[in-house]
Design a protein. Structure first.
Length: 455
């Protein structure tokens, strides 16, 4: 269907145009005011005003039908002054436009950062949550060497098995309760999953996803991991992931772990949020406001959870669909079963995180590129080439990626055929660019500070 969005002037929201003048803009909601379903042999006209009207085309949810259309634009004889600066592409390319001020960087406590007692205390704290293997010096050394070659590392089975299983069970139950775990794709309601501390985030030309905000209700501010009677599955998983965000990824011990696994001096500031990307609805778009600026460097850290199980109902549904196609070959049948059993890894249903190198001097659609690929090897200064680094969604997986100036990121739209939502704790850690530039001295775990008993 054709989605039409209403834009409202955002109070106090300005961005600088090409002449460095502040321009007031209007932002669309994350939910369309109207959806026009496609009808055979029909035509639709609507007015397009840069910065005032926004539209998008939904995913085709039917497996048996396609949407074939001819589209074009009738331009006015003359352009009204100032409209170009408010166009969607200009908003995506504006590094000065900040539409989300709720998530701000906070300073990291570095008091007695390398004190032996603090190191041991931090390790004990981390082991309450994460797999012990990621606190062992030989493993950290191996990870650091790999990260030094690629600037990217994936740590599988990151959380403790019992905690990870609890989260895995909860996300399946939450998706089932919100009817977002159906095998047959269909348009989900735009308010699916809203409530219980979860809120939809926009604007639509940049992003749409769910964010958990612990302050919505008093009981969501609990910092423990106990089960709360009467709490819904989505409330519980939100509270548990928020606890992990604060107590693990926001801890001094975790930033010390990042220093060990990357070999880069520990971050100085950080921010993070708990997110849910619903199938058939959610995504983020690469934009210039998300670029790492000159003289800066970031560690992008994302702890992801997805449903990697295949239920008997899903298998039966898939086999039933295959039986209807008498012309299917054995190879096609095997390929279909493989996609059902491992749909996240194939990236066919989106949900993957991508990092793109963008040339800011080039006009065009770079900011909206959805490209997959293998990154070029790092150059002498550690940066990558023009290709994209793609990180598939995986359950209980921590991804650590170094982002330098010119790098932007996005989460690919999660298709309606995905096994369920993508849930994650997405964090950014600002590095001390001066320390990073001056030799990039590698930081190794101080074995003297970690006793044999601890490892």
């Amino acid at each position: 269907g054709l989605e039409l969005y209403e834009a409202k002037e955002a109070e106090g929201l300005l961005f600088a145009d090409e002449n460095a003048k502040d321009v007031k803009i209007s932002l669309p909601s994350h939910t369309p005011m109207k959806v026009l379903l496609p009808e055979f042999n029909s035509i639709v006209f609507f007015e397009v005003i840069p910065g005032r009207t926004f539209h998008a085309v939904q995913e085709v949810f039917s497996k048996k039908r396609c949407r074939c259309s001819i589209q074009g634009w009738f331009h006015a004889p003359t352009r009204a002054e100032g409209l170009d600066t408010r166009a969607s592409l200009r908003l995506l390319q504006s590094p000065s436009l900040k539409v989300d001020k709720k998530i701000e960087m906070t300073e990291i406590d570095r008091t007695d950062f390398h004190d032996p007692n603090k190191v041991r205390e931090g390790l004990r704290h981390l082991r309450e949550y994460i797999s012990r293997v990621y606190t062992m010096v030989p493993v950290l050394t191996q990870i650091r060497e790999q990260f030094g070659e690629t600037g990217d590392i994936m740590l599988s089975d990151f959380l403790d098995q019992e905690l990870a299983q609890r989260i895995s069970d909860l996300i399946i139950k939450a998706d089932t309760a919100d009817k977002l775990r159906e095998m047959d794709p269909k348009p989900p309601p735009y308010d699916a999953g809203v409530g219980g501390g979860w809120k939809a985030v926009g604007p639509c030309f940049r992003q749409r996803y769910m964010r958990y905000e612990a302050s919505v209700q008093g009981k969501h501010e609990r910092r423990d991991m106990r089960v709360v009677k009467g709490e819904s599955h989505k409330e519980e998983v939100g509270r548990v992931l928020e606890h992990i965000r604060k107590e693990v990824m926001g801890s001094q011990a975790f930033t010390r772990l990042l220093e060990w696994v990357t070999g880069i001096p520990a971050p100085v500031r950080w921010k993070g949020e708990v997110r849910r990307f619903r199938p058939g609805l959610d995504y983020t778009v690469g934009h210039y406001g998300g670029l790492v600026q000159e003289g800066e460097a970031m560690l992008d850290v994302c702890l992801c959870f997805v449903d990697e199980t295949t239920t008997s109902t899903q298998l039966r549904s898939q086999r039933k669909a295959e039986e209807k196609d008498d012309n299917i070959s054995a190879e096609q049948e095997s390929d279909k079963r493989r996609r059902v059993e491992n749909r996240w890894e194939s990236d066919d249903y989106g949900g993957f995180q991508a990092f793109v190198t963008v040339d800011k001097s080039t006009e065009g659609d770079d900011a909206e590129a959805y490209v997959e690929g293998t990154p070029d090897p790092p150059s002498s200064d550690g940066t990558r080439g023009q290709d994209t680094l793609s990180a598939s969604a995986a359950n209980n997986c921590l991804r650590v990626t170094l982002r330098r100036p010119g790098h932007m990121r996005f989460i690919r739209y999660v298709a309606s055929g995905a096994p369920g939502s993508r849930w994650d704790v997405g964090c950014e850690y600002a590095l001390d660019a001066l320390m990073l530039k001056e030799g990039e001295e590698r930081c190794e775990p101080d074995v003297k500070q970690v006793s044999k008993k601890e490892t």
